[in-house]
Design a protein around this ligand. Structure first.
Ligand code: NAD
Length: 487
């Protein structure tokens, strides 16, 4: 298991020699100690990325793509090991790691490996006699800061497009979940990424993260995490006016209309909130149910929630693992207290499971809470297996509840009415809308939010604009220019 910082193609100790413990959320045992990067280590990593940039930029685009494609193959060959590492470090059930986290990581590196030599510029029709063309150029050194909820997958979402576009990267994983990202660094070295093109510096946000965000040689910062930290990143970026891309929190509305296919909506809604223990910015954390089907829906949905099998993430039959840290478990349980204080009704869950085998871990039962749209539990991101329920009668009311938070990331609904579906897709305040499905993602489809959920888009052709800047080139081919300043 790799535990050191990855700088300039080598695994190295932190400059001041400090380390931090990485814990297994199943029982809070120490998995290993890793080097803890701080400001000086970020400086070393940025210097390496800056030195590596010109050669990486000038490498043929197909050659850059080929390295990403080879990396995708390597990850696939090491699927089982990476899945185990991710399950142990994050608490994701191994069945999810094998079927979602690792394959999605492979797909992302493959998609952007293919993208590298397909990013075209354009020729722009300007005045007669002039040729004007636009080329897209990489920015330079890109800083990337990721959270702990999908460390492996987010490593690919962040690094793959940046590298395909010709940037070099310094990535800071979350301090509590660095292990799969360090393994990816090892695989990158094996497939032949040149030293310095990618540097991985695990460490705390206030030290390593902050330095990356304010570093004068970093041309862009791409951040996924909480809205509060996103604001700090924007402030830190002001010094050198670096580009900023923010993927922040969410409070996903999930509306079920009376004409919905109920069994499909129940299963899809359960995936929307309970997959990954609800630790997803795009979780469908607010169920908004039509009054006619609310009882029938809740009967099935609460029954399903009660039947979810919690357990050791390494057990292939486990459907829900622990939350990723003790601190976060406490945060989620605190929202149960808030729900009680607000007079909400807990329909199921709201506590740690009784099973003594899970007592030392960070587990929380799947929780369903009947509440009012203005309650804190319907407004603030809980980021756990915790879903609030509101009831509506008219479509306009459902839309108002759905749009009634400061966030605007993912939103979804279930209906068989085509007109309603298109109207709602247009009117939902969100970066992504799912109709008769929830929480779908794909590297070809743009991902990001509006409002307090951030700005900029990951994935697809959209993200290539985020990782490049446009240069407009003018050529006088045969222009008949009036004789300014003719002597
Ligand atoms: P967080 O903001 O505390 O931490 C995220 C990352 O930022 C970590 O690597 C952390 O070390 C770093 N960080 C913390 N303080 C920093 C600072 N001052 N300067 C620079 N970096 C700093 O968030 P979290 O609790 O780890 O993650 C959960 C949050 O992430 C949730 O709000 C969730 O919605 C959001 N999220 C958003 C998306 C999205 O795509 N929109 C995806 C996943 C998670």
């Amino acid at each position: 298991m790799q535990t050191k910082l990855f700088i300039n193609g080598d695994f190295v100790d932190a400059e001041a020699g400090q380390t931090l413990d990485v814990l297994n959320p199943h029982d809070n045992s120490v998995i290993t100690q890793i080097a803890e990067g701080r400001e000086a280590d970020i400086d070393r990593a940025v210097a390496a990325a800056k030195t590596a940039f010109p050669a990486w930029r000038d490498l043929g685009a197909s050659d850059r793509g080929l390295l990403l494609l080879r990396l995708a193959d390597k990850i696939e060959q090491n699927r089982e090991e990476l899945a185990r590492l991710e399950a142990t470090d994050t608490g994701h059930p191994i069945r999810d790691c094998l079927n979602l986290d690792v394959p999605r990581t492979v797909l992302c590196f493959r998609y952007f490996g293919g993208m590298a030599d397909k990013l075209e510029g354009s020729v722009i029709p300007v005045d007669a006699g002039f040729l004007n063309y636009l080329q897209r150029e990489p920015i330079g050194v890109v800083g990337q800061i990721v959270p702990w909820n999908f460390p492996l997958m987010f490593t690919s979402w962040k690094m793959a497009p940046a590298l395909a576009a010709g940037n070099t990267v310094v990535l800071k994983p979350a301090e509590i979940t660095p292990l799969s990202t360090l393994r990816i660094a090892e695989l990158m070295r094996e497939v032949g990424f040149p030293p310095g093109v990618v540097n991985i510096v695990p460490g705390y946000g206030q030290t390593a993260g902050q330095r990356l965000a304010d570093h004068p040689d970093v041309g862009k910062i791409a951040f996924t995490g909480s809205t509060a930290t996103g604001r700090r990143i924007v402030e830190a970026s002001a010094g050198n006016l670096k580009k900023v891309q923010l993927e922040l929190g969410g409070k996903g509305p999930n509306i079920v209309f009376a004409d919905a296919n109920i069994p499909m909506a129940v299963g899809g809604s359960a995936f929307g909130i309970f997959h990954n223990q609800g630790q997803a910015c795009i979780a469908g954390s607010r169920l908004i149910l039509h009054e006619k089907i609310a009882d029938q829906f809740l009967d099935k949905f609460v029954g399903l929630a009660k039947s979810i099998k919690l357990g050791n993430p390494l057990d292939p039959s486990t459907e829900m693992g622990p939350l990723t840290s003790k601190l976060h478990q406490e945060r989620v349980l605190n929202y149960v207290k808030i729900a009680h204080q607000e007079g909400a009704e807990i329909l199921t869950g709201g506590k740690v499971p009784d099973d003594p085998a899970l007592a030392d871990g960070c587990y929380v039962e799947p929780t369903v809470v009947m509440a009012q749209p203005e309650d804190r539990v319907c407004q603030e991101e809980v980021f756990g297996p915790f879903v609030s329920v509101n009831i509506f009668a008219e479509d306009e009311e459902a839309l108002a509840i759905a749009n009634g938070t400061e966030y605007g990331l993912g939103a979804g609904f279930w209906t068989s009415d085509l007109t309603r579906a298109h109207l709602l897709a247009k009117n939902l305040h969100a970066g992504m809308v799912w109709i008769n499905t929830y929480k779908r993602v794909h590297p070809a489809s743009p991902f990001g939010g509006v409002g307090q959920s951030g700005y900029g888009r990951e994935m697809g052709f959209e993200v290539m604009r985020e990782y490049t800047q446009a240069k407009s080139v003018w050529v006088n081919v045969d222009a008949k220019i009036p004789p300014f300043y003719k002597r």
